[in-house]
Design a binder for this molecule. Structure first.
Ligand code: ADP
Length: 304
């Protein structure tokens, strides 16, 4: 089984704060850390750590951060054949993180803006079992990759983040769209507080053209919906300290299990386990769990 993740690679500057500053206000942060991140790279590392043969297609800069990003991928077992170094700065994300695990993020794309669909990527795509995409690279290249995957009947999983108008036009072209509560509200106008409102929001996204929706619902777990109905799987109870990369981990977990078993319920439960474990540690790629850790939680889901 082979998954291609095409998307962003960043260095995450994580700034711990007591609370978010208001307009014009300055607050003091705690100890700054910088670690590899980016939605694409996070998904790739997550999938590789779960045992999937994973290729990361993306662009890094010719700087020290680029080297750090590449090393992080390779040490996690990601195939970097499709990773390209550009004459640009590596992407950067400034992550403000409060002590109760909430985050606000600003991304400077850098080299990610220079990502191109190479001949090598086209060739690999022809034999892939899944393509995972997000929206941190230029949207025309995302659209091109979706068309290529469709030509080769490769299932496409789109994380519509950061959400924007252009994402809506892609909904009908992908097999699975995987928003969180904020993204689905942005696209449908329907807020999600519980299972009932989740169904309404998913139904609205299906009306907008989505074929299958997997809604990530934080501690409430996840819900899938398509024309045949809805299925909700509750989340695992854990001591969440940082939700960064929970959605990326969930997505990789869902895809890994779905590609191997074709069982949506199992894939939801597996994704929930990965997402929950990610929230128990601070950071993006450093918090992504191994296959063994996920198996342990699935076997003994008693609260940690
Ligand atoms: P995103 O990170 O994209 O905003 P979510 O916050 O919904 O997405 O998290 C993704 C998944 O991670 C959820 O669907 C759930 O499975 C898991 N998760 C997130 N937060 C928690 C939590 N506090 N407790 C348990 N599981 C969680």
């Amino acid at each position: 089984m082979k998954t291609i993740v095409a998307g962003s690679l960043n260095i995450d500057f994580v700034i711990p704060i007591d609370r978010f500053p208001g307009p014009g206000e300055t607050v003091l942060g705690g100890n700054l850390s910088f670690t590899p991140g980016g939605k694409g790279a996070n998904q790739a590392v997550a999938a590789a750590k779960l045992g999937m043969h994973t290729l990361m297609a993306g662009a890094i800069g010719n700087d020290a951060y680029g080297k750090q990003v590449r090393e992080s991928l390779e040490s996690s077992g990601v195939d970097t054949t499709l990773l390209v170094t550009q004459a640009a700065t590596t992407g950067v994300a400034l992550i403000h993180l409060t002590s109760d695990g909430e985050n606000r993020i600003i991304v400077c794309p850098g080299a990610n803006e220079h990502f191109e669909v190479s001949e090598q990527l086209r060739a690999q795509l022809a034999t892939a079992d899944a393509l995972m995409l997000q929206l941190e690279i230029p949207i025309d290249r995302v659209a091109k990759l979706i068309d290529l995957a469709n030509e080769h009947h490769v299932p496409v999983f789109l994380d519509p983040s950061p959400v924007r108008e252009a994402a809506v036009a892609l909904l009908s072209k992908v097999d699975w769209v995987m928003p969180n509560e904020h993204e689905i509200e942005w696209m449908t106008g329907q807020s999600v507080q519980d299972v009932k409102t989740a169904r309404i929001a998913i139904a609205k996204l299906l009306q907008l053209g989505a074929k299958r929706v997997v809604l990530k619902m934080g501690p409430l777990g996840a819900m899938v919906g398509d024309e045949s109905g809805f299925q909700h799987v509750p989340g695992f109870q854990v001591n969440a300290v940082d939700t960064t990369a929970a959605g990326d981990g969930f997505g990789a977990g869902f895809v890994t299990e779905w590609v191997q078993t074709g069982d949506v319920h199992r894939a939801l439960r597996y994704g929930n386990a990965v997402g929950a474990l990610v929230t128990t540690k601070v950071g993006a790629q450093v918090s992504l769990p191994s296959r063994e850790a996920v198996s342990a939680l699935l076997q003994d889901p008693s609260p940690t």
